[in-house]
Design a binder for this molecule. Structure first.
Ligand code: PLP
Length: 383
């Protein structure tokens, strides 16, 4: 079997993740930051180390500004609902995932937030100048994903940050963390939301939101934090302001093991591995008659994610045949990003997305190319 659906969630997970989660459940089990006993202290140490390790990976000076969330979706919602008020204006790229667009459309209806969509080019690439020019004195936020989950296009977020000046930039980092170097200290004011279960190679149900210096968010959820328990108001300090309720310590234990693996192997070496695989995959796909590859022509501007269509075969039929006849697992359709598919001209059928990860090999790529060539030649939908 070849797993090529890493943009949905990575598989396999990093070595050590399952052991760390089992160890937490078997040996620790307690709630971090709640009781002063030894097991609670040990759980709190895991949470502290995970926060520090993630902050270091992302180039953050102050780890308390990284809050744990159940995933990128929650972090993005916390950022948008915590920041935007009636009359504010937001600029979002046309490649954004529904994790961004759905809360924005909700805020448009409920809070009168004005949503302006900045059209990218056909490869999904934003134009930082265009974004800078769209900013007005009512612009409260610009939302640009770091890399597309549809085409793999990597956005020039540093240039965007420069062009929009003091306006905060919300970066959906679901696809970039662990796959691309991220240094938040080199960006202007920004919010960076991420999942633990994709490029970080950790478990589902845990992720985070990095809140740049000087950005204040209303909390999305209020409740017990284990701190200032004498008060009925939410603590006003980070990270407790945004971390109400018992934390997902088992997820955080897995995430810590995953982040350590990624840090030790190094994001740069993962990037090089994936870039080599992607370059071969993209070259091979471009050479197959009847196959269209989307995204940019420059592998340096790409994740190891290839979105394709095959003439005469629907993406869902193609994915079904790849699974059934070739044991190659990919994801067809719209990938929760209808606006991105409208942008690249593949709405409503979508594409076949082949997304590679750190554990894929050159042999996997050759097998995928053979199978796609076979499909393109004999495009017979399953009966
Ligand atoms: N944004 C992008 C670009 C994604 O690919 C995904 C995952 O599918 C998300 C947001 C949502 O991430 P999660 O499911 O971890 O909340």
């Amino acid at each position: 079997m070849i797993y090529a659906d890493n943009a949905a969630t990575s598989f396999p997970k990093a070595p050590g993740v399952a052991d760390a989660m089992r160890d937490y459940l078997d040996r620790i089990g307690a709630s971090p930051g709640r009781s002063a006993h030894r097991l609670s202290i040990e759980a709190a140490r895991i949470v502290f180390e995970a926060r520090e390790t993630l902050a270091a990976l992302l180039g953050m000076d102050d780890s308390s500004r990284m809050i744990f969330t159940p995933g990128a979706t929650f972090g993005i919602n916390a950022a948008l609902l915590g920041l935007l008020r009636h009359g504010d204006e937001v600029i979002a790229s046309s490649m954004e995932h529904n994790a961004v667009m759905r809360p924005l459309r909700h805020l448009e209806g409920e809070r009168g937030v004005r949503v302006r969509v900045a059209q990218t080019d056909g490869s999904g690439l934003v134009d930082p100048r265009q974004l800078g020019d769209l900013v007005t004195d009512r612009t409260r936020l610009v939302a640009v994903m770091h890399a597309s989950n549809v085409t793999g296009t990597v956005q020039p977020v540093a240039e965007v940050s420069r062009e929009i000046g003091p306006v905060p930039l919300l970066i959906d980092g679901a696809q970039s963390i662990g796959s691309l170097p991220v240094d938040l200290s080199r960006l202007g004011p920004c919010l960076y939301a991420f999942s633990g279960h994709k490029g970080l190679l950790g478990p589902p149900g845990i992720g985070g939101l990095c809140i740049g210096e000087g950005i204040d968010l209303e909390p999305l959820v209020r409740g017990g934090t284990g701190s200032r328990s004498e008060r009925e108001e939410q603590p006003d300090f980070l990270p407790d302001l945004h971390e109400a309720g018992t934390p997902n310590a088992v997820g955080i234990a897995g995430l810590l093991a995953a982040t350590r693996y990624v840090t030790e192997r190094s994001v740069m070496s993962i990037r090089e591995h994936e870039l080599a695989l992607f370059s071969r995959l993209a070259d091979g796909l471009r050479g197959i008659p009847g196959v269209t590859l989307f995204g940019t022509a420059d592998p340096e501007r790409q994740l190891a994610t290839a979105s394709i269509t095959i003439d005469g075969l629907s993406p869902s039929d193609a994915a079904h045949i790849l699974d059934r006849e070739h044991a190659i697992l990919v994801r067809p359709g719209l990938h929760c990003a209808p606006s991105a598919h409208r942008t690249i001209g593949t709405f409503p059928a979508g594409t076949i997305r082949i997304s590679l990860g750190p554990f894929n090999t050159a042999d996997d790529v050759e097998s995928i190319l053979e199978a796609v060539a076979d499909l393109a030649q004999n495009q017979t939908p399953p009966g």
